[in-house]
Design a protein around this ligand. Structure first.
Ligand code: HEM
Ligand SMILES: *[C@@H]1O[C@H](CO)[C@@H](O)[C@H](O)[C@H]1NC(C)=O
Ligand SMILES: *[C@@H]1O[C@H](CO)[C@@H](O)[C@H](O)[C@H]1NC(C)=O
Ligand SMILES: *[C@@H]1O[C@H](CO)[C@@H](O)[C@H](O)[C@H]1NC(C)=O
Length: 324
């Protein structure tokens, strides 16, 4: 959360434009942004995303998470998509994935309107389209983001991305830095209604919670046993996947919040939302699937407006900065 960030300057050009590229301007975002510039953009992106997800639906959750990581680190400017030795996506323990889906959507839209739709916008549309594929409700996505020119390091990203052992005070503070409320933090955590985590982030809750209680008492005992079977207390646990919402792992729905109330939150940061009196009532109100769906879309729009740049480039290839 500290403002200091180590920056990998990509090209000398960076020095020249860094100041202006950092200028934050949410007013550049608009609904139907491409209606004049490239009327088929949203449809072409959606078709490409759907085609990719028809091959492998497991990437849908991954894409929604990519937009979160994009927006929380340096603003929504597609830095998470940049390849490199020490860039946000290179963190092994973060397990970011789904980049091929974004590439496919970008390639499809470049074919009809070259150099028009930014990678940050492609990711924002793709996240909405992924939510639809997870049987969720869509939302109107604003366009107009410019792509950033710098990739952040793994260490810099870790300062902005919340870790799964944070408590509610820390989670609220982490989102407040980005201009999001406690309620929006809880609503967006509902993304954990689909997708997977890895056992390395859970084993401490199962085997090493405290000297007196090896297993986190906020876990439902049966669920804790199920997790112990899935996540053995051994080095192999690092790479074992576990569904974040064991009830309906491939749907974006309010089962995540029902699960928290049943004490089946996978990470400490999930379960804390039910345990803490500041957020218990929010969790309960989101048991209502229609309410969750509408608030989720609103919160994704707010998240998608973090640190948006009025200037910057429209990358041709989402994995690297244009150098000419
Ligand atoms: C509230 C604080 C949050 C924490 C502490 C957190 C933490 C995590 C962790 C540790 C993982 C699993 C990584 C792994 O081991 O593979 C994960 C996965 C995921 N997160 Fe979060 N997250 C948070 C908020 C969010 C938000 C705001 C979104 C989206 C708007 C999101 C979407 C996802 C999705 C969809 C996955 C599954 C990805 C996949 O299947 O590949 N998370 N999160
Ligand atoms: C789907 O993609 C994930 C990684 O994103 C991979 O682990 C899994 O094996 C893929 N499934 C299929 C059927 O290709
Ligand atoms: C998808 O959503 C509809 C209503 O929104 C619901 O009736 C249906 O059961 C859901 N399907 C799954 C697999 O959750
Ligand atoms: C268990 O937790 C303690 C205190 O947090 C820590 O010092 C220790 O390294 C942990 N043990 C294992 C095996 O992770």
């Amino acid at each position: 959360m500290a403002p200091t960030r180590s920056i990998l300057s990509v090209v000398a050009l960076t020095l020249l434009v860094h100041g202006s590229a950092d200028a934050v301007n949410q007013n550049c975002l608009k609904d139907q942004f491409y209606d004049q510039l490239c009327p088929d953009a949203e449809r072409v992106i959606q078709n490409a995303v759907f085609a990719e997800l028809d091959k492998n639906l497991s990437n849908a959750a991954a894409i929604i998470r990519l937009q979160f990581h994009d927006c929380f680190v340096g603003g929504c400017e597609a830095s998470v998509l940049l390849d490199g030795d020490d860039t946000e996506k290179s963190s092994v323990s973060a397990h970011l994935r789904g980049f091929e889906v974004v590439d496919a959507a970008k390639t499809a839209v470049e074919a009809i309107c070259p150099g028009v739709v930014s990678c940050a916008d492609v990711l924002a549309y793709a996240a909405r389209d992924s939510a639809i594929k997870l049987n969720g409700t869509g939302w109107a996505v604003q366009g107009g983001r410019r792509d950033g020119l710098v990739a952040f390091s793994v260490a810099a990203a870790e300062e902005d991305i919340p870790s799964p052992d944070l408590d509610v005070t820390q989670l609220i503070a982490n989102f407040a830095v980005k201009g999001l409320s406690a309620r929006q933090m809880v609503v967006l955590s509902g993304s954990h209604s689909s997708g997977v985590g890895h056992c390395d982030k859970v084993v401490a809750r199962l085997y090493n919670f405290s000297a007196a209680r090896p297993t986190d008492p906020s876990l439902d005992p049966e669920y804790a046993e199920e997790l112990k079977r899935r996540c053995p207390n051994a080095p192999v646990a690092k790479s074992v996947e576990v569904a974040m919402d064991s009830a309906t792992p491939q749907t974006l729905d309010s089962d995540y919040f029902l699960g928290l109330t049943a004490r089946k939150g996978l990470f400490a940061s999930d379960q804390a939302l039910f345990e803490d009196r500041r957020t218990t009532d929010i969790v309960a109100s989101l048991h209502d699937g229609r309410r969750f769906a509408s608030e989720f879309g609103e919160a994704m729009r707010a998240m998608g407006a973090i640190g948006v740049r009025a200037r910057g480039q429209i990358r041709r290839n989402c994995r690297k900065v244009n150098t000419w």
